[in-house]
Design a protein around this ligand. Structure first.
Ligand code: C2E
Ligand code: CA
Ligand code: CA
Ligand code: CA
Length: 279
C-alpha cells in the first residue's frame, strides 16, 4: 500500500508539473503571439430558425503556435484574461471581425450581423468604447450589426464599471448578448438590470430537448420568458434536425451549431454563404 501511495503521489506531481509547464509556456508564447500573427478568427454562421437563412456569424478566436501547436480558446482565454493580454488580443478580434463583416456584406449584397465575445477584463479597459467606435467607422459598419457577448459570470461581481460599460455599449446602438445562459447563477435578475438584447441558451440545454421532456420544458420556458422581456433568443449547439424542428415550434429566433455549420476560416465562410444564396 505504501508503494502504491508513493506512485500515486509522484503521478500527481508529474501531472501537475506538466500542467504548470504548459500554462507557463502558453503565457510566455502569448506575449509575442499577436506580433507573430499567430491568431486567426473562425466564423460560425447563425441561422434564422424559421427561414433557415444565414443572419450573421460569431467570431471565434484560433491560435496556432510553433512550439505549442493548436491551443484551444478554452485553454488560452482564461490565461489571456488573467495576464491582461486579452485586451490587445480582444481589440484585434473586434477590428478583424468588423472588416470581415464589411467584406461579407459587400460580396453578398446583404446585411448580416457579427457577434464578438468580450471578456470581463475588456470591460474594465477605459479605451474599449472609443476602440469600438473607431473600428465601426473604419469598417463602415452600423452599430446595430455588431453584437457583443458576455457570460453571466461577468455580471456576478456586480461591479459598477460593468454596469457603466454595458450601458455605454448599449447606448451606441450595439447589441448585447448574454452568452451561455443557464450555466451561471441567478441569471433572471441580470436580464432586467442590464440592457441585454439577446439571450443565447447554452448548448447543454439544447442537447436534451429532443430526448427528454424536462429539458424541452426548460427551453420552452426560457424562450417564453425572454420574449416577454423583449429579448431575441439564440439556441447554441444545435446538432440535429429534431432539435431544430423543436426550436422552431418553441418560437426560438436564431440557431447556431454543427447541424448548420462549424466555425470556418473567413474565406470558407464566404464560400459557404455564397453556396447557400445560389439555392
Ligand atoms: P462560446 O462563445 O460559447 O462559443 C461557442 C463554442 O461552441 C465554440 O467553441 C464553438 O466552436 C462551439 N460550438 C458551436 N457549435 C457547436 C455544436 O453544435 N456542438 C458543439 N459541441 N460545440 C459547438 P470554441 O470556438 O472552442 O470557443 C470556446 C469559447 O472560447 C467560446 O465559447 C468563448 O467563450 C471563448 N472565445 C472564443 N473566441 C473568443 C474571443 O475572441 N474572445 C473571448 N473573450 N472569448 C472567446
Ligand atoms: Ca459566444
Ligand atoms: Ca456560448
Ligand atoms: Ca461556452
Amino acid at each position: 500500500a505504501k508503494a502504491l501511495g508513493r506512485n500515486t503521489y509522484s503521478f500527481f506531481t508529474e501531472e501537475m508539473n506538466a500542467i504548470m509547464r504548459r500554462r507557463f509556456a502558453i503565457e510566455e508564447q502569448m506575449h509575442t503571439a499577436l506580433a507573430r500573427n499567430e491568431f486567426t478568427i473562425h466564423y460560425q454562421a447563425l441561422f434564422d430558425v424559421q427561414t433557415q437563412n444565414i443572419s450573421g456569424a460569431e467570431a471565434l478566436l484560433r491560435w496556432h503556435n510553433a512550439t505549442l501547436g493548436q491551443v484551444t480558446p478554452d485553454e488560452f482565454i482564461p490565461i489571456a484574461e488573467h495576464t491582461g493580454l486579452i485586451v490587445p488580443i480582444g481589440k484585434y478580434v473586434i477590428k478583424q471581425a468588423l472588416v470581415f463583416l464589411n467584406e461579407w456584406q459587400n460580396i453578398d449584397q446583404q446585411k448580416y450581423s457579427i457577434s464578438v465575445n468580450l471578456s470581463p477584463r475588456q470591460l474594465r479597459d477605459a479605451t474599449l468604447i472609443d476602440l469600438i467606435k473607431d473600428a465601426l467607422q473604419d469598417a463602415n459598419i452600423s452599430p446595430e450589426s455588431l453584437q457583443l457577448e458576455i457570460t453571466e459570470g461577468v455580471l456576478m461581481t456586480g461591479q459598477a464599471y460593468i454596469q457603466e460599460a454595458l450601458t455605454n455599449i448599449s447606448d451606441l446602438g450595439i447589441k448585447l448578448g448574454m452568452d451561455d445562459f443557464g450555466t451561471g447563477y441567478s441569471s433572471l435578475s441580470y436580464l432586467r438590470q442590464y440592457p441585454f438584447d439577446v439571450l443565447k441558451i447554452d448548448r447543454s440545454f439544447i442537447y436534451g430537448i429532443a430526448l427528454n421532456k424536462a429539458d424541452c420544458d426548460l427551453v420552452k420556458a426560457t424562450i417564453a420568458m425572454s420574449h416577454s422581456l423583449g429579448l431575441t433568443v439564440v439556441a447554441e449547439g444545435v446538432e440535429t434536425q429534431e432539435q431544430l424542428h423543436l426550436l422552431n415550434e418553441l418560437g426560438c429566433n436564431f440557431a447556431q451549431g454543427y447541424y448548420f455549420a462549424k466555425p470556418l476560416p473567413a474565406n470558407q465562410l464566404l464560400d459557404f454563404s455564397a453556396s447557400k444564396k445560389k439555392k
